[in-house]
Design a protein around this ligand. Structure first.
Ligand code: OXD
Ligand code: MN
Length: 617
């Protein structure tokens, strides 16, 4: 027990009279030994925690140390409180089910704001609110909201704890569910606090589940102050502030001021039989199979090849002294979509999910195992709301149900994922979900042309998600919901790297989702995407030629390895053809999209679009 800690807790309570709760007891002399480390030497952090406690009035304050014992104790408490249900201990040791409020199952983009002093700095790509107004609103929401609750202080580090590319934050939350998820998703606790004390700087994230009233739900970002305030949701992306809020929205802003890039990208290492590894970062809109690609198992015929997972969602990258682009995954875990994860789509994910994982909003089988649509043909007994499963009521697992698991449990986890320097990128891939027009793979003619690929990224709406089918929605760099500032300025920042070095990664565009006249997918996808990665790596090594076209460099049919798969020659032709007339319309549409950003649209990007348009004439 620590005397200082006790004094600190007493001091922190100031003149207010707080009940001597069980939590205070636990924090000071309970099962989790609280050493001096529970109080920080960083005055700014201390003062902020004090201010927040004053505003939110928790019954207790608990500084997380990040230990396994802490995780276990919180999980045990959540079982008692009903927040966690222990799953089958034989088949899924250390696994828990959490059922969220049925009105709180997804990110809320319409309630997510970027609050810059000048509205133009947030751009048409963001909801904007005046920072003073946003702070006033949030102050009202947070006022007294933690009465009867514990305030948890979570110091965390995004990225390997010793990496110069990593950045730290502190999340204050009243949700133990958030704490245990942050345990798996970030490097949190003492080591992060020590780094914050050394560096001084950290992102402030304040979160409360409030009373989960959707009317009071807001996710506010103050990028100029490196600050996040989130109220009224306990769901992943809204509540685990290290992920989308910090590592993408705030970090993208911070990255621009510091000269690096924070991107919505997976990172993989592709190893060939000679043991040479090429690292690739790839951006796809949500629900395009990023986690599956990050854990790809090469198909038959690719014996001796291996795909190593560095990350499945976020990539921070910076040009190193050697002129190459070096990347880290700021996260330490996966927060993946469960439905559709199966032996044939992602065996590596399944292999890491049978122990020490948290499942949110999945169904359960008769023998208390987690279950979701697409997993196998068992029939679950209980749906995600905890009701007896009846197919009349819709899917058994919530379509956005999730698993949270530490990356180190992944069988393909890269031994370079913890490297402080990061991994050097050979290629960056942008992808979209396009049933027509966009080829299976193409390589940009230059860095700026590649930036145009990213800025023009798009998906077609499907019957599953929208009434009007086939409408093209642009999602530049897959950052539409995640860029913390004006897209036009963001593209300028990307373009600014073109002169940074002559060793930058090559930029490609892929599309796994082409369909034929009968609506059938033309490309098998999943592990066969390895064949496209193979071509990408060969291009990076200068081993194969490509066909120059106005839209980029396309593979020669003979250079794509199709051994062992049934893709007829005419299908392959169609997958890599350029329909000039249709592309003229597409490039004009891209031009119109860029114009939405007005005068701020970078001239160099418009010039690229015009260059391609002219080539198509
Ligand atoms: C995610 C997303 O949850 O991109 O990763 O929506
Ligand atoms: Mn994502």
């Amino acid at each position: 027990m620590s005397y200082e800690c006790l004094i600190y807790l007493i001091e922190k309570r100031g003149s207010r009279v707080y009940p001597a709760t069980l939590d205070v007891h636990r924090a000071v002399i309970g099962k989790i030994p609280r050493e001096e480390h529970s109080v920080t030497t960083n005055q700014q952090l201390k003062a902020w925690v004090d201010q927040v406690a004053e505003l939110t009035q928790p019954d207790d304050i608990y500084w997380c140390n990040g230990s396994k014992a802490e995780y276990q104790e919180l999980a045990d408490e959540m079982i008692v409180s009903g927040d966690f249900i222990a799953l089958n201990k034989e088949t899924h040791p250390g696994c828990y089910l959490h059922r969220s409020d049925p009105s709180d199952v997804a990110r809320v983009e319409h309630l997510t704001f970027v609050c810059t002093s000048d509205k133009e700095d947030a751009g048409p790509n963001n909801n904007w609110m005046d920072p003073d107004e946003a702070r006033d609103r949030m102050r009202e929401n947070f006022s007294g909201c933690m009465r009867g609750r514990t305030l948890y202080v979570i110091p965390y580090c995004m990225g390997p704890i010793d990496s110069p590319l990593s950045r730290c934050g502190v999340e204050i939350t009243d949700s133990p569910y958030v704490v245990v998820n942050m345990h798996l998703m970030t490097r949190m606790g003492d080591a992060a606090l020590r780094r914050i004390e050394r560096e001084g700087a950290f992102v402030k994230g304040l979160h409360s589940i409030g009373d989960l009233d959707p009317e009071c739900r807001f996710i506010m970002h103050f990028p100029e102050d490196l600050e996040i305030q989130s109220f009224g949701s306990g769901y992943g992306g809204n509540a685990l502030l290290g992920k989308k809020c910090h590592a993408l929205r705030i970090a993208s802003y911070q990255a621009r001021t510091e000269g690096w890039l924070a991107e919505h990208m997976l990172i993989v290492g592709v190893e060939n039989p000679e043991g040479e590894v090429h690292y690739i970062a790839a951006a796809f809109p949500s629900a395009c199979g990023k986690t599956n690609l990050a854990m790809l198992i090469p198909p038959a015929g690719y014996e001796g090849w291996k795909v190593w997972t560095v990350g499945d969602d976020i990539c921070w990258m910076r040009v190193g002294d050697d002129g190459r682009m070096w990347a880290i995954n700021p996260e330490a875990g996966f927060f993946g979509v469960a439905p559709g994860t199966a032996k044939n789509t992602n065996p590596s994910a399944l292999a890491m999910l049978d122990h020490d994982a948290i499942f949110t909003n999945v169904a359960v089988t008769e023998d208390n195992q987690p279950w979701w649509e697409g997993l196998d043909d068992r029939v679950p007994v209980t749906d995600w709301k905890g009701k007896p499963f009846d197919p009349q009521n819709g899917p058994a697992a919530q379509p956005n149900s999730r698993f949270t698991v530490q990356m180190s449990q992944c069988p393909s986890y890269s031994d370079q994922a913890e490297a402080p320097a990061g991994v050097p990128l050979s290629a960056i891939i942008f992808g979209g979900r396009r049933e027509r027009l966009v080829p299976l793979v193409m390589e940009s003619q230059s860095w700026n042309h590649g930036v145009l690929y990213g800025a023009a990224m798009a998906s077609e709406t499907t019957a599953a998600n929208i009434d009007t089918v086939g409408v093209v929605r642009r999602d530049p760099m897959a950052m539409k919901p995640f860029c913390g500032y004006n897209f036009a300025d963001y593209w300028s920042h990307w373009l600014g790297f073109s002169t940074a070095s002559d060793k930058l990664p090559k930029i490609f565009h892929v599309n796994w989702f082409r369909k034929d006249q009968d609506g059938k997918f033309m490309w098998p996808g999943f592990s066969d995407n390895m064949r496209v990665l193979d071509w990408v790596v060969q291009r990076c090594k200068g081993e194969v030629d490509a066909i120059e076209t106005p839209i980029g460099r396309l593979p020669l049919a003979s250079d794509l390895n199709l051994d062992g798969i049934d893709v007829p020659a005419e299908t392959l032709e169609a997958l890599i053809e350029v329909d000039r007339e249709a592309w003229k319309a597409e490039i004009a549409d891209i031009g119109e999209y860029l114009d939405l950003y007005g005068d701020r649209t970078p001239a160099a990007l418009k010039a690229e679009q015009e260059r391609v348009a002219a080539l198509l004439m």
